[in-house]
Design a protein around this ligand. Structure first.
Ligand SMILES: CC/C=C\C/C=C\C/C=C\C/C=C\C/C=C\C/C=C\CCC(=O)SCCNC(=O)CCNC(=O)[C@H](O)C(C)(C)COP(=O)(O)OP(=O)(O)OC[C@H]1O[C@@H](n2cnc3c(N)ncnc32)[C@H](O)[C@@H]1OP(=O)(O)O
Ligand SMILES: CCCCCCCCCCCCCCCC(=O)OC[C@@H](O)COP(=O)(O)O
Length: 374
């Protein structure tokens, strides 16, 4: 192992990264709060500013993936469609098997210039995450409790609000509704059997209501559905902690662009259409497991420097006062102040470690198991 790789595994480096992310995040949250008076006066300007602020925080984790861990993403897609990515609004349908699938998604968002504005249909619990969850509130993310009767009003309203969004965005939908585990897979295949639907090997049975409602409410706003299938070469099982330790991964993403007009309007037909889409996605995953590649030409979308520049900027800005403080502390010789600083750094580290824990599949919710359908 080289010196650089060894350094990437050291706690001190992780502390510096966590400190930068957390403190810059709090400052960004504060700036977002400062935009509140602007919303009634100039809503579109307030939204644009929040996109930039969101970018400044989210892109730090993209920089971590691309520049720190050196992860290289590969896209399989039709070159005709490639030209449209980032230039139109889209609903992204993605499998939910990996702990860093959201991070790979963000990397693609960054490469196509839609990172600040991109959104997701996310479980309510994520809105309480410090820094990231608070940021999402200002970016108009759509949060749900995954209980349709309670969610429907807010869900439809949140989608309607996006109709005049001033920047191009991708709206991510994990139709499986939860991360893949063997137990959840077994239960959802029981549901598939009851519904006389073909069994899926690599996916849970998709929940169709959210997709149908999103498509219906975003007609005229969104041009297409991007059917995205993600996998990792060499059976890698990537983790966010691995990324922090500088481990390099090899994600492959297969994207098919489906014009929104071709998706049925009727709920039952739309549900059947989505089930068929997941059967196709399952076939792509099966082929990938046999051959190690997806169909279609391969392309690596160019990496942009902004995530790195932003990350280095924040790190320098925040490390300088931290170093000054540490020197003053050592000079002062005050045990109490030193202990307080150590406690603060430990709290930041534990806080970010806890957030990383939220991405771990072993801590996945019990949604979808035990069987709670009618
Ligand atoms: C060029 C490159 C392109 C792209 C790059 C890729 C991506 C980048 C894009 C954007 C990135 C932006 C941001 C991402 C950042 C961070 C966030 C990351 C992740 C957070 C994700 C989450 O939080 S996932 C959890 C929340 N989301 C969802 O749940 C969405 C999916 N669910 C739905 O849509 C549901 O429909 C619902 C929740 C809206 C409502 O669910 P409900 O169950 O009430 O209704 P349904 O009708 O849908 O389902 C009921 C039927 O389901 C059957 N069923 C199936 N399986 C089960 C089971 N296991 N248990 C019980 N029931 C089951 C059931 O039988 C019902 O059938 P009926 O026929 O009886 O109705
Ligand atoms: C430089 C940055 C270094 C530090 C980075 C810390 C970043 C922490 C980011 C936390 C973002 C969390 C997003 C998690 C998305 C996710 O994976 O949610 C799971 C849900 O879909 C389904 O939940 P479940 O039902 O529990 O499977």
């Amino acid at each position: 192992m080289g010196l650089v790789q060894w350094l990437k595994g050291q706690l001190l480096c992780h502390l510096v990264i966590c400190y930068g992310f957390f403190v810059s995040g709090l400052l960004i949250n504060l700036l977002q709060i400062c935009t509140l008076p602007l919303w009634p006066i100039n809503k579109q300007l307030a939204r644009r500013i929040n996109c930039k602020l969101g970018y400044s925080l989210t892109s730090q984790s993209v920089a971590l993936l691309e520049w720190w861990s050196g992860t290289e993403v590969t896209l399989y897609t039709d070159p005709e469609n490639y030209r449209l990515y980032g230039k139109e609004n889209a609903i992204v349908v993605l499998n939910h098997n990996f702990e860093i699938d959201f991070l790979c998604g963000w990397t693609f968002c960054d490469r196509f210039g839609v990172l600040g504005a991109s959104k997701c249909l996310a479980k309510k619990e994520l809105s309480y995450l410090p820094v990231i969850g608070w940021m999402w509130y200002f970016l108009e993310m759509v949060f749900i409790k995954r209980k349709w009767e309670e969610d429907k009003r807010n869900f439809v309203q949140s989608l309607q609000n996006l109709r005049d969004y001033p920047e191009n965005f991708w709206f991510l939908l994990h139709c499986e509704g939860t991360r893949f585990t063997e137990e959840k897979h077994r239960v959802s295949m029981e549901v598939a059997e009851k519904k006389s639907l073909p069994k899926l090997k690599h996916h849970l049975l998709p929940r169709t209501k959210g997709f149908w409602v999103a498509v219906q409410n975003l007609r005229g706003t969104v041009a297409a559905v991007y059917c995205c299938t993600l996998n990792f070469r060499n059976n890698e099982t990537p983790t966010l902690l691995g990324v922090l330790n500088g481990e390099k991964y090899h994600p492959d993403l297969y994207v098919r662009r489906i014009p929104l007009e071709s998706i049925p309007e009727d709920e039952a037909e739309c549900s059947a259409w989505l089930h068929k889409l997941y059967q196709e996605k399952d076939k792509f995953q099966e082929d990938y497991s046999q051959t190690g590649c997806f169909p279609g030409p391969k392309v690596t979308p160019p990496c942009r420097p902004w995530a790195l520049i932003n990350w280095l900027g924040w790190t320098c800005l925040l490390l300088y006062p931290l170093c000054l403080l540490l020197v003053q502390l050592v000079n002062s010789g005050s045990i109490l102040s030193i202990l307080a600083t150590v406690a603060f750094c430990s709290a930041v580290s534990v806080g970010v470690r806890w957030m990383i824990g939220q991405t771990e599949i072993k801590r996945s919710s019990s949604y979808g198991v035990p069987l709670n359908n009618k």
